[in-house]
Design a protein around this ligand. Structure first.
Ligand code: SAH
Length: 215
């Protein structure tokens, strides 16, 4: 079998079992479930963790960082309401797994990561799999104004409070998914409505901290 085909057929049963589990947990968006069936999560985690890649758990990815559980990614993507062609900003590329899910959903993905080592690794994996995304290095708490506005912004690290710059980079009706807090965290969705941001609580969360170098 050609190498690139093997990459996506390995662990296929485990991947489909995970999709079924996400559905049972209440994820309904078929495009999101389909993205999970396509993207090989094991290639985004260290080799020693391959056997855990399709369990619904967070996994350490090196540099003191963690890839969120599939369920958190699925819920975030569902509530971000990603449509084909939407311009989306991801803060915290990490392993690049969620970046790949966003690309599989057909989004025009911009992803910013502060750690060069992680971004480079993510770039290699995404290139191998053929996903075309824009990866940037920098402090994502400032957003990425050069390509704003975004239909959705998904923050993969917990902020003490939602960074003001991110609200300014949303389109009208745009969604910001962001975990807020330190030891006790809550995942929120903010929707941009005129001068207001409508806040909805998604649930409790445990993310690595968002490092805000510029404050
Ligand atoms: N969703 C990712 C996991 C993200 S872990 C995945 O699928 O793998 C959170 C990431 O946010 C880490 O890689 C961390 O380095 C990064 N991060 C933390 N603060 C940041 C900041 N201010 N700007 C950009 N990236 C940041």
């Amino acid at each position: 079998m050609p190498e690139h085909l093997k990459l996506t057929t390995d662990f296929r049963r485990d991947r489909l079992r995970l999709v079924e589990q996400l559905r049972e947990e209440g994820v309904q968006d078929l495009a999101v479930l389909h993205a999970f069936a396509l993207v090989p999560r094991h290639l985004f985690v260290p080799d020693a963790m391959h056997h855990r890649a399709y369990k619904n758990t967070p996994i350490p990815i090196g540099d003191g960082q963690t890839i969120s559980s599939p369920e958190i990614h699925a819920i975030s993507l569902e509530l971000a309401e990603i449509h084909q062609g939407d311009r989306v900003l991801e803060v915290g590329t990490g392993s690049g797994f969620q970046t790949a899910l966003l690309a599989a959903l057909g989004a025009d993905v911009y992803s910013i990561e502060r750690l060069t080592s992680l971004s480079n690794r993510a770039r290699d994996t995404l290139l191998t799999l053929g996903y075309q995304v824009h990866l940037e290095i920098g402090d994502g708490s400032l957003g990425l104004p050069s390509h704003a506005p975004y239909s959705a912004i998904i923050v993969g690290a917990a902020a003490k409070k939602p960074p003001a710059a991110l609200f300014e980079q949303l389109v009208e009706g745009g969604r910001l998914i962001v975990p807020v807090g330190t030891s006790n965290q809550t995942l929120y969705r903010y929707t941009q409505r005129g001068a207001e941001h409508i806040r909805e609580r998604i649930g409790g969360a445990r993310f690595v901290p968002l490092i805000e170098e510029s404050t």
